[in-house]
Every structure is written in structure tokens, then in C-alpha cells.
Design a protein around this ligand. Structure first.
Ligand SMILES: Nc1ncnc2c1ncn2[C@@H]1O[C@H](COP(=O)(O)OP(=O)(O)OP(=O)(O)O)[C@@H](O)[C@H]1O
Length: 654
């Protein structure tokens, strides 16, 4: 298609659109190559339906060959149980490698005895859960569990919240929900679906799931990427948390108002003439401009036009006054009544807008001249300066007086944490402030979405929530997270607090209760820690048992050697398994330099959220706990990343 010559620009454009559509279709079909068919349901009467990642029809008679897993017809595959078989006799799971069937597993739902045709064995879920990890998350479309499927397939279009302990499948639900929305809600699909994750490492981890479900049109982004920012520095945690508070949004809006036609009379110089505008006239123009269009810069043109109107009125009024004076002087000097000659009595005492023909101004020409007038431009620049988002944020954060005026509820020490130098680089915590300023200064973001999915949503600050919600005008969102895993900068303690400013109490809360990642033994080993960091949270249960977690103790100077020893031992005992080493952020450099990365992925504790490995080494838990405020939650995250084996390396006190 791209080779065919295009006759015109229009044709070239159409050709590109068509090629783009075909490329996406190819992507969809190629994605389906991985496990195209994974399920089959059989009714008692012998009819059957095959279920797959996409739907396929026979060309000649439109007969369905394969039903898309999201179609209503596929529901019984996920919902039928032996207690409610929904008319099914058998549910079959197939596992394919490319085009070869490598395993088959059946569940008989109606209580009938297995025949030679049935393959009843270990469940496919057990198989999926004990499979080796690859470092990339896989779709769980063949084994979605009923409590997960209920959320994925929910008809609710507003805000759906999913909470649950580590490994309960929150990410699985979030991503399959995104795929379901694209399939079932065409309006939202047309406007686009966005998935927000906490960092690039996490997005990379989940990046394959949606393409493998045939969905290549979902945007994956961190908050930084949404704002198009790449800050070079980080703030102290207390500063970052302060910058995350919603008061900052009010402060920026308040400061912006101070830029827009501050109170007071104003004199505009038009040509050589000063034209005087009253406080009230300027304020009327300001309020009307601010209400006319969102965004300070777009409203600037409106303000300019309103100011021109005000100046025109004022000039007309002034001219009326001058002419009256001349008339009065003439009468006084000559004793003649001019009106008798001109018939233009209407301008007397009937308001400036009604000057008589003798003194008529060409208002349109005057307005046109004013719009081009340098003096007027200077007035607009003084009353309504053009701003860049960074100007506004800098104006707030570099000026102690502005901070005091706009953030009266903060204490002086808190405000001094916010104060920065004019040349200081932008930080991560500045990103939502810049985004807020961009929406105040330039208007709402151009790219918005019909549905937004947020993973690890407990991490968001109030300011980050604002930037995400701003991109979802329909407030159709799926939010998943676990407040027991919240990091040091998170500003909300629960969903109510996080969502109240945006949707009030209007959200549906679902709980996931079963951990599909960790073993029962690992969950039990963190129970005491969980009771300390989230006493109100019910511990999750696991479907699987395994080895008990181990602890290895080492002298301080033997830490890296102990890590290497343990990794070699695990590598020898369980070849091919994916190992992760989670340590305090400051320890990453040393462990990498010592060659740990040849054996395992080295992950700083601050970036471990959402990830998983077959075996995990948690290095120096005390260091992880002490590294950041709320460090026990970082430790809890680190200890819950393993699917099979957990080993903690502790350091002997010197
Ligand atoms: N229905 C399922 N079938 C197969 N595997 C599943 C299923 N549900 C969850 N899993 C697996 O369990 C593991 C944990 O799932 P997931 O990462 O979604 O949990 P999470 O609740 O987001 O965890 P965390 O709180 O740690 O981020 C993943 O490997 C996932 O593939």
C-alpha cells in the first residue's frame, strides 16, 4: 500500500490512514498467535464454543469459529461453577505453543463421570501460578477467577476501585479491564484508554499484556510522561509530600489571579492621549475574560477585546465631555443655541453612548485601530501578561511572600521547605505542579481519554490525582492499589480521601482476597509486619504452599559476598528461575559493581512495587526500613515479591 504512488496530498494522507489501520490489524492478528484458542465450553446437548483472545468468523457464512473472551457468549467459561454450572457439562483449558496444543485440562461441572474424551488433571490455574516467571507479566485471560472476572466484566462505567493484598491480581484485573472496556464500551474505546503506572520499570513489566490480548491502542504512561516532563532532580520526602497536597492547586490558581488585572484604576496611553479606566471597568473586563474561556493565555485575547471596548467607551465619553465643554464655551461667548442649527440635541444629558451625528465617532474603525495599537498592547501586557506554566510555578516557589500569601495554612517551616532558588532544576514533585499550571495557563490538556486505569494508585499524591482526573472528563476509571504498600510521598490514607475531591462517594469498591503470587508460608511470615503497618487490613490467603522463608546473617563487610553465595546456591538448585534482589536504593550501586546483576535483577526497594520473581533475596531489611519514611511499607513490598522462595539477608550488628 505504501509503495503505490499518491497523486495528491489528500491521497497520500488517506493512504497513510489506511496503512496505519492495516498495521494495527496485523498487530492484532500477530498478537493472537500466542495462545489464540485457550478455552472451550461444552453443553450437555453436545454443542460447544471455543474461546480465544480475539473473535473469528468463517468468511463464507459468518459462522463463529472463535469467540472473543470478552463477548457475552464467553461468560459461562468464567462464571460457571459446579454449584452453578450454567448448563455446561465441561470447561476445557488448552495451552498452545505457537500453533501446537501442548496441554489440555478439563473440569466437569455437571457431576457427570469423565469419559475417554475428558482430560481431568491438575487445574490450569495451579499450572499458571507455578510456572516460571519471565520478568514480563503475562495475560491471565485463560484463568481469570470469578472474583476477578466480576470486576473485569462489570457494566459499571463510573469509577471502579479494586483493593487487595500483594499478589491478589489487582494488576491482572486492571489490564484485563482495560481490554474489556475497549471491547464493550465503544465510546470510551473511541476516546482512548490510558493505563497509568508508578514508574518505567513497572510499565515495562506489564507492557506485553495488552498487546497479547490483541490491544495495541492503549497508552501506557507514568505521571511524568503524561505531563511530558523529565525532571532531573528529586526533592526531600517531606518537601515532595508537601508539594503533593491539593493546597498547592489553590495556591497556583490564587497566584494566577494576582496576575490578571490587579485592582486599581488604570491609564492606557492611546497614541498621545491618556485614557483613564476605572477600577470597576477593568475588573468587569477581567471577570468576563476569565469566565469566557479556560486558560489564562487563551483568555488573554478575550481580555484584550474587552479592554478595547472599555477604552472605546471611555474615549467616546471623554469626547462627549470635550464637545459639551466646547458647546458650553460657545454659548457663553456668543449666546447662540447651537442645537437650533445642528438639530443634534440628543447628545446632551443622554449618556455618552448616544452622541449626536455632529460628533459621531467611527467606532468600528476606532476598535480596529486600538486592537493594533502599541499602547494598548502594553496595557494588556501589564494587566494580563502572557505566561508559561513554569513562570507561574517558579513565581510561587521562589517567593517567600507569595508562599505566605497563597499558603496561609502551612507553617513557616513548611513554607521554607517549599522555597527554592530561581535556577534550581525541576523535580519529580514539581511535575504535577507544572501540569496544574499548564491547565491554568493554557487550558485543559489536549489529549484526554474515555477510560483511565491506574495501577499502584495508593502512590498518587493529591496533585497527581488532579492531573490524571483532568485527562478523564467522563470520570470513567478503574483504580487498583493497596494502601498498606503506600510509599513515603503518598498523601491519602484511603480511597475516600483520595477520591472525594473528584467523585465524592461515587465509586464502587471491590476486594480481592486470594493471593495468586506468594505462598501461604511467605504470607504468614509478613503477617506481623502487616498488622503493624495496616492493622485494619484482613490478611489475604494463598492457594499454594511452599518452602518456609529463610534468613541468612552476615557481618557488615560480607554482605555482597553473602548475596552472591546465596544467588549461586539458588541458581544451582533451581536453574532457569528468575531471581530478584531487593535492597535499599543506596545499596544498588555496590551490589551491581560486585556482579550481582549477572545472577539476578537488582531492584531498589523504592521501585519494587508490582514486580515479581520466582525467588527473592531481601538485602538488609533494617537498611530498607530506615532508608525512607514509612520504610516498613517498603519492606512489606520487598518481602511479598516472590512466587516461590524468599530469603532475607540480615547484617549482624558490628
Ligand atoms: N487468574 C489468574 N490466573 C493466573 N495468574 C494470575 C491470576 N491472577 C493473578 N495471577 C498472577 O498472580 C501474580 C500477581 O498478580 P498481580 O501482579 O496482578 O497482583 P497485584 O495484586 O497487582 O500485586 P501487587 O499488590 O504486589 O502489585 C501475577 O503473576 C499474576 O499473573
Amino acid at each position: 500500500m505504501l509503495k503505490a504512488p499518491a497523486e495528491s496530498a489528500g491521497e497520500a494522507y488517506e493512504r497513510e490512514i489506511a496503512a496505519d489501520r492495516l498495521a494495527r490489524e496485523i498487530g492484532r492478528l500477530e498478537g493472537a498467535e500466542k495462545g489464540l484458542v485457550f478455552g472451550r465450553i461444552d453443553w450437555a446437548d453436545g454443542t460447544a464454543l471455543r474461546i480465544g483472545r480475539i473473535g473469528l468468523h468463517r468468511e463464507e457464512d459468518d459462522l463463529p469459529l472463535l469467540v472473543d473472551w470478552r463477548a457475552n457468549a464467553a461468560r459461562p467459561f468464567y462464571e460457571a461453577t459446579p454449584v452453578h454450572p450454567m448448563g455446561l457439562r465441561r470447561r476445557r483449558h488448552l495451552r498452545l505453543e505457537e500453533r501446537t496444543v501442548v496441554s489440555v485440562s478439563d473440569e466437569l461441572l455437571d457431576g457427570s463421570a469423565p469419559t475417554d474424551e475428558d482430560v481431568v488433571g491438575d487445574g490450569p490455574l495451579t499450572e499458571a501460578l507455578s510456572a516460571r516467571r519471565t520478568g514480563r507479566m503475562e495475560a491471565a485471560v485463560a484463568t481469570l477467577q470469578a472474583e476477578q472476572d466480576e470486576v473485569v466484566r462489570s457494566a459499571h462505567r463510573g469509577v471502579t476501585v479494586v483493593q487487595g493484598g500483594p499478589g491478589t491480581g489487582k494488576t491482572v484485573v486492571a489490564l484485563h479491564r482495560a481490554a474489556y472496556v475497549l471491547y464493550a464500551f465503544p465510546r470510551a474505546a473511541e476516546e482512548g484508554v490510558l493505563v497509568v503506572g508508578p514508574n518505567a520499570r513497572f510499565l515495562d513489566y506489564i507492557s506485553q499484556v495488552l498487546p497479547s490480548l490483541g490491544e495495541n491502542d492503549v497508552d501506557l504512561a507514568t505521571c511524568r510522561e503524561l505531563a511530558g516532563a523529565s525532571p532531573a532532580a528529586a526533592d526531600r520526602f517531606d518537601t515532595a509530600r508537601l508539594k503533593g497536597g491539593a493546597e498547592l492547586a489553590d495556591a497556583l490558581a490564587g497566584l494566577l489571579r494576582a496576575y490578571q488585572a490587579p485592582a486599581g484604576d488604570f491609564t492606557v496611553r492611546v497614541g498621545r492621549e491618556p485614557v483613564h479606566l476605572s477600577d470597576e471597568e477593568v475588573a468587569t473586563a477581567r471577570d468576563a475574560a476569565a469566565a469566557a474561556v479556560p486558560g489564562h493565555n487563551p483568555a488573554r485575547q478575550v481580555f484584550k477585546e474587552l479592554l478595547v471596548d472599555a477604552v472605546t467607551d471611555a474615549m467616546q465619553r471623554d469626547m462627549g465631555d470635550v464637545l459639551e465643554q466646547i458647546d458650553a464655551d460657545t454659548v457663553a461667548m456668543t449666546g447662540l443655541d447651537l442645537d437650533r442649527f445642528t438639530g443634534a440635541g440628543r447628545h446632551r444629558g443622554e449618556g455618552a453612548a448616544d452622541t449626536g451625528p455632529a460628533h459621531e465617532l467611527d467606532l468600528d474603525a476606532l476598535r480596529a485601530d486600538l486592537l493594533d495599537d502599541a499602547g494598548l498592547d502594553r496595557a494588556v501586557e501589564a494587566l494580563w501578561p502572557r505566561l508559561a506554566p513554569g513562570d507561574l510555578v517558579r513565581a510561587l516557589l521562589t517567593d517567600a511572600d507569595a508562599l505566605a500569601e497563597q499558603l496561609p495554612r502551612l507553617t513557616a517551616p513548611e513554607r521554607s521547605l517549599l522555597l527554592r532558588g530561581p535556577d534550581a532544576p525541576w523535580t519529580d514533585a514539581d511535575v504535577p505542579l507544572l501540569d496544574e499550571a499548564a491547565s491554568l495557563v493554557d487550558g485543559p490538556p489536549e489529549r484526554t481519554y474515555g477510560h483511565v486505569v491506574v495501577d499502584e494508585a495508593q502512590e498518587l499524591t493529591a496533585m497527581q490525582w488532579r492531573m490524571i482526573v483532568r485527562r478523564c472528563p467522563a470520570r470513567a476509571m478503574t483504580l487498583v492499589g493497596d494502601f498498606a504498600q503506600a510509599g513515603p510521598v503518598a498523601t491519602a490514607r484511603d480511597w475516600k480521601e483520595a477520591l472525594a475531591p473528584h467523585v465524592g462517594p461515587r465509586f464502587r469498591l471491590h476486594d480481592l482476597t486470594v493471593s495468586y503470587r506468594t505462598t501461604q508460608e511467605i504470607l504468614e511470615s509478613v503477617r506481623g509486619l502487616l498488622a503493624r503497618i495496616a492493622p485494619e487490613q484482613k490478611p489475604t490467603r494463598s492457594l499454594r504452599g511452599g518452602e518456609s522463608p529463610r534468613t541468612v546473617t552476615t557481618p557488615p563487610d560480607g554482605l555482597a559476598a553473602a548475596v552472591l553465595r546465596e544467588l549461586r546456591a539458588q541458581g544451582a538448585a533451581h536453574p532457569g528461575e528468575l531471581l530478584g534482589v531487593v535492597c535499599a536504593d543506596t545499596r544498588v550501586g555496590e551490589l551491581t559493581a560486585r556482579g550481582v546483576a549477572h545472577h539476578a535483577r537488582v531492584v531498589p526497594a523504592s521501585e519494587a512495587r508490582g514486580l515479581e520473581f520466582d525467588g527473592v533475596l531481601v538485602v538488609d531489611p533494617e537498611e530498607i526500613t530506615a532508608a525512607r519514611p514509612g520504610g516498613e511499607r517498603d519492606l512489606y513490598v520487598a518481602l511479598t515479591r516472590a512466587t516461590k522462595r524468599l530469603c532475607t539477608i540480615t547484617v549482624q550488628p558490628a
